[in-house]
Ligand binder design. Structure first.
Ligand code: GLN
Length: 304
């Protein structure tokens, strides 16, 4: 497969498309990011790295961090995670409160905000220093020690987090949050404000493409069964109320964030990350979706 040529074709196609989407502004720090940033990185198990554009520039990973925090929670308390959060697609926006009320404070899945806040509560309960341990986990799986969280972005989000606080209060009223709400929110905004480039994300997500085995040293870092389950949740819940559309157009497990990043993996083939900050109305990167759709079209490969 000529992946360099495929990425050239994708880059050209994206350059010729004028996005109608908008950069996220509800977190004021994110509104400052130039909307025309565009990068993509593809990391193939057999043939290594390919990229274009701003693939080496770090950006706010936002909800992509929900995959890392779920993995850490599953590594810490195993399947008990799923006593408190479900694994069903929500069909609702990422920050919706509606289902939580009639489903008794049990979030639909770990990738909507309610679910990720609940996972943050688990990490606060079970880890001595959850922020550092989460960061260390990401550094280990990506092999990049300089990855860090941007405190300006975190405090910008914290100041505008009434809705996330409301989700936590509602879950707490049902007895499904154990810790102080401010402490949980603090971890949540910290993880969302972690900054990584497309290349760094592709390196971290290689583990999910490679059955939990590090391709650097062949060590099993995450159990194969855990990886299969997380990939299944990415497939069904990674794009909120656009998860069906992403499966339909791209056909890979993936996860998006309001920083404009999208990661996707093809089990036993590759991991990939795209960054373009302009979001469609569902909060997913407009050009990112297009790039990944082109990738699976041009390679003729998807998991289906
Ligand atoms: N930090 C963001 C929020 O809670 C993450 C949302 C996202 O990336 N979809 O609103």
């Amino acid at each position: 497969m000529d992946y360099s040529k495929i990425l050239d074709t994708i880059q050209l196609k994206l350059k010729n498309h004028i996005p109608t989407g908008k950069v996220a502004t509800y977190i004021p720090e994110l509104a400052k990011i130039p909307g025309d940033k565009l990068g993509m990185h593809l990391y193939c198990i057999n043939s290594g790295h390919y990229n274009f554009g701003d693939a080496h520039e770090r950006f706010s990973i936002q909800s992509i961090s929900k995959v890392f925090s779920l993995t850490l929670a599953m590594n810490t308390i195993g399947n008990d995670v799923f006593k408190r959060v479900d694994v069903e697609p929500s069909g609702n926006p990422f920050n919706s409160l509606i289902q939580l009320e009639y489903e008794n404070g049990i979030p639909r899945n770990p990738f909507i905000n309610a679910g990720a806040l609940l996972i943050a509560d688990i990490l606060v309960s079970h880890l001595k220093n959850p922020k550092q341990e989460l960061l260390q986990f990401i550094r280990t799986i990506s092999g990049i020690d300089s990855i860090t969280s941007n405190s300006t972005v975190a405090s910008s989000e914290k100041k505008h987090s009434n809705r996330n606080a409301a989700l936590l209060h509602l879950m707490k009223s049902f007895g499904n949050i154990e810790n102080d709400i401010d402490k949980v929110l603090d971890l949540y905004v910290f993880q969302c404000a972690i900054e990584m480039s497309c290349q760094e994300l592709a390196q971290a997500f290689m583990l999910y493409a490679n059955e939990g085995v590090s391709i650097q040293n062949q060590q099993q870092i995450i159990a194969k069964r855990t990886v299969k389950r997380i990939n299944a949740i990415m497939q069904t819940c990674g794009f909120y109320d656009e998860a069906g559309e992403f499966s339909f157009r791209v056909g890979l497990p993936g996860k998006s964030g309001v920083g404009g990043g999208i990661v996707a993996i093809h089990p036993n083939q590759y991991s990939t990350a795209v960054w373009s900050p302009k979001l469609n109305p569902k909060g997913n990167s407009e050009l990112g979706m297009m790039a990944l759709e082109e990738l699976t079209t041009l390679t003729g490969l998807s998991i289906f």
